[in-house]
Design a protein around this ligand. Structure first.
Ligand code: THU
Length: 126
């Protein structure tokens, strides 16, 4: 089993999702092979919720990582959960054209590149 999806599944256990009940975990691998994890964190105003992917990206950046290879996203869903639009923007900006591994509790996997998930992006390099 892919270690990165295992890390995302483990991070998912820490999800704080009392409103949606939809727990998500993410794991972002940097160019040194270090894994930065995240989970979704909801709050009472709903709108301040952070997705698992964004938590992982911000944790990684705040710890000095700046080059990335892959991100894994894990949720309990038959149809695998790709990053939402906001997360796609941030993943593209901070991680570039990395591989996105999507998985569920049955460890069914799907892999796509960011350039396929987020074509024609608004880009910081413009
Ligand atoms: N969520 C994520 O953490 N990542 C995604 O890619 C999709 C959605 C979270 C946000 C919210 O806490 C819950 O899933 C339901 O939308």
């Amino acid at each position: 089993m892919d270690l990165l999806i295992e890390a995302a599944l483990a991070a998912r256990q820490n999800a704080h999702a009392p409103f949606s009940k939809f727990k998500v975990g993410a794991a972002l691998e940097d160019s040194a092979g270090r894994i930065h994890t995240g989970c979704n964190v909801e709050n009472a105003t709903y709108g301040l919720t952070l997705c698992a992917e964004r938590v992982a990206v911000f944790k990684a950046i705040s710890e000095g990582a700046h080059e990335f290879r892959r991100v894994a996203v894990a949720a309990d869903a038959d149809s695998l959960t790709p990053p939402c639009g906001s997360c796609r923007q941030l993943l593209w900006e901070f991680c570039g054209d990395i591989e996105v591994v999507m998985g569920n509790l049955q460890e069914i996997l799907s892999r796509m590149r960011m350039s396929a998930l987020f074509p024609n992006p608004f880009d910081k390099h413009l």
